[in-house]
Design a protein around this ligand. Structure first.
Ligand SMILES: NC(=O)c1ccc[n+]([C@@H]2O[C@H](COP(=O)([O-])OP(=O)(O)OC[C@H]3O[C@@H](n4cnc5c(N)ncnc54)[C@H](OP(=O)(O)O)[C@@H]3O)[C@@H](O)[C@H]2O)c1
Length: 262
C-alpha cells in the first residue's frame, strides 16, 4: 500500500508508540489526525513533528463511547476522507484479578475494547461508502494469552482479536482491511499509568518495559505490517510465547505462573 496523500488517524498519539508513529509518518506526504485525551500533549507532538505531513489534532476520550461518532464526523471534515485508522490508544493494568474492583475491570474494557470498536464502526461506515480503507489495531501478546497482573487488560485485548477477526470476515471483500498488531514489551510509560485494582496509577515504569524494544522500532514494524496489509503480526521479543502457548499449552500454563511480567 502506498502512503502518499493518505489520511491516517492515530489514537493514543500523545505518547509512546502513537507518538513514535507520528514521528515516522511526519516524514511522508500524508495527512495525520492525532487523538488522545491530553490536548496539550497532542499540541506538543504536532509542533515537534512539523515536516512533510499535514497534522491536525482531535482530542477524544475512548471511555466516552457516546461522543465517538461525532468525533469521526469531525475527523472526516478535517481532510475529506479517512484511509487508515490506527487504533492505538489504550490503558494497561497492574492488579491481580481478585484485587481489581469491578469498576476498574469495566473501565479497562470500556477504553480498550468498547471505545475502540465504537470509533472503528463510525469510521468503517465512512470507508464502506468509498469501498476501501484499513483499520490497524494495536493489541498485545496478552490478546493471545493471559498472564498474571493483566486479567482485564488481557480480556480487553482478546476481545479485540475476536471482534476484528469477525469484522474482517464480514468486510474484507468489501474493501476494508483489518490488521491486528500484537505487541510484547515496548519501552514506553504504559506501565506507569497502568491501573491498580483501586484505579490509582501503578506509578513506576516496569523493568520489563525498560528492557523492551524501543517505540521507534515498534512504530517501524507497525507501519511495515500496515503497508503489507498483514492480517496479524506479532512484534517484540515475547512473540515466541504465542507459539509456545499454541503448540505446548501444558508447558505454557506452568511457565506463565512465574514469568516475569512486571
Ligand atoms: N508498551 C507496551 O509494552 C505495550 C505492549 C502491548 C501493547 N501495547 C499497547 O500499545 C498501545 C499504546 O501504548 P503505549 O505503550 O504507547 O503507552 P502510552 O505511552 O501510555 O500510550 C497510551 C496512549 O493511549 C492514550 N489513552 C489512554 N487512555 C485513553 C482514553 N481513555 N482515551 C483516549 N486515549 C487514551 C494515551 O493518551 P492520553 O493519556 O493523553 O489520553 C496515550 O496516548 C496501547 O493500546 C497498549 O495497550 C503496549
Amino acid at each position: 500500500m502506498k502512503l502518499k496523500n493518505k489520511t491516517i488517524w492515530i489514537t493514543g498519539a500523545s505518547s509512546g508508540i502513537g507518538e513514535a508513529l507520528v514521528k515516522l509518518l511526519a516524514q511522508e506526504e500524508v495527512n495525520l489526525i492525532i487523538s488522545a485525551r491530553r490536548a496539550s500533549e497532542l499540541e506538543r507532538v504536532k509542533s515537534e513533528n512539523e515536516r512533510k505531513a499535514k497534522i491536525e489534532i482531535l482530542p477524544l476520550d475512548l471511555e466516552k463511547c457516546e461522543e465517538l461518532k461525532a468525533k469521526a464526523d469531525h475527523a472526516l471534515k478535517l481532510f475529506g476522507q479517512i484511509d487508515i485508522l490506527i487504533n492505538n490508544g489504550g490503558v494497561s493494568q497492574r492488579s491481580m484479578a481478585m484485587d481489581s474492583q469491578l469498576e476498574i475491570d469495566r473501565k479497562i474494557m470500556d477504553i480498550n475494547f468498547l471505545g475502540t470498536i465504537t470509533l472503528t464502526k463510525a469510521v468503517v461506515a465512512l470507508m464502506l461508502e468509498r469501498g476501501n480503507g484499513m483499520v490497524a489495531t494495536v493489541t498485545s501478546v496478552t490478546g493471545k494469552f493471559g498472564t498474571p497482573w493483566r486479567s482485564s487488560y488481557a480480556a480487553s485485548k482478546h476481545a479485540l482479536h475476536g471482534f476484528f477477526d469477525s469484522m474482517r470476515a464480514e468486510l474484507e471483500d468489501k474493501g476494508v482491511k483489518f490488521t491486528l498488531l500484537a505487541l510484547g514489551f515496548i519501552g514506553t510509560k504504559l506501565s506507569q499509568v497502568a491501573l491498580k485494582g483501586d484505579g490509582s496509577p501503578n506509578g513506576t515504569v516496569d523493568e520489563t518495559h525498560k528492557k523492551g524494544i524501543s517505540p521507534d522500532v515498534c512504530a517501524r514494524k507497525i507501519l511495515k505490517a500496515i503497508q503489507k496489509e498483514k492480517r496479524e503480526v506479532y512484534i517484540g521479543k515475547e512473540a515466541y510465547a504465542v507459539y509456545v502457548k499454541r503448540f505446548f499449552p501444558g508447558i505454557f500454563a506452568r511457565l506463565i505462573k512465574t514469568a516475569k511480567v512486571r
